[in-house]
Ligand binder design. Structure first.
Ligand SMILES: CC(C)(COP(=O)(O)OP(=O)(O)OC[C@H]1O[C@@H](n2cnc3c(N)ncnc32)[C@H](O)[C@@H]1OP(=O)(O)O)[C@@H](O)C(=O)NCCC(=O)NCCS
Length: 171
């Protein structure tokens, strides 16, 4: 298993695994598979190039046999009054590769990089939908604490899901 940063040559694999994540885990993410699968190439390229901008995003992936099997990224908030906060939007591990410590390796890389290269950041915040128990456990294991809950934040196939807000103070 190779854990590394996103590279400009990863566009096709990024697009594939992003769509896979939305299709396989519709209750884990805000975006929907149906919306993204009709995006044109220009829109995909624009999102992808934002992820390559290392001033604004730290993006790690895991690959096996040249295929991306997991990804995770953190966004740096570029507003002057908010640049002490990093926002951890999401992560995903392909079902066949779960429970092997891959998410933990990705999260450790992200947090280490924040600690070493972005010393102004004092906390990482995230939100996660309540049914994602594995993710909530993972974040707790890394020291994230729940500080809030938003009721009925996601609607999917006529059901509503609550969202949990978590944060980790680095110093
Ligand atoms: C959450 C997710 C990323 C975990 O990936 P993973 O590589 O299997 O996780 P790891 O093997 O590194 O496990 C780390 C910890 O996560 C928790 N965890 C992982 N799988 C779990 C499960 N099935 N049930 C309960 N807790 C689980 C445990 O605390 C585990 O630590 P432990 O092994 O010491 O018990 C993966 O299940 C996933 O992609 N889920 C769907 C998408 C999602 O929910 N993304 C988060 C959106 S914010």
């Amino acid at each position: 298993m190779n854990i590394r940063k996103l590279h400009k040559n990863d566009f096709t694999e990024y697009k594939r695994i992003k769509l896979e994540s939305l299709k396989e885990e519709p209750i884990a993410f805000d975006s929907s598979y149906e919306e993204l699968k009709i995006w044109n190439e220009e829109k995909w390229q624009s999102i992808f190039s934002d992820f390559l901008n290392e001033d604004e995003c730290i993006f790690y992936l895991a690959e096996e046999d040249n295929q991306v099997v997991a990804f995770a990224y953190i966004e740096l908030i570029k507003k002057t009054k908010k640049n002490h906060i990093a926002s951890f939007p999401t992560m995903y591990v392909n079902n066949d590769y779960r429970s092997q410590g891959i998410a933990s390796m990705l999260l450790e890389k992200l947090i280490d990089e924040i600690r070493h290269n972005f010393k102004q950041i004092i906390k990482i915040q995230l939100s996660v939908y309540a049914p994602q128990k594995a993710a909530i456990n993972l974040y707790k294991k890394f020291g994230f604490e729940i500080f809030g809950e938003f009721k009925k934040e996601l609607q999917y196939q006529d059901k509503f899901y609550d969202q949990i807000a978590m944060e980790l103070f680095l110093h």
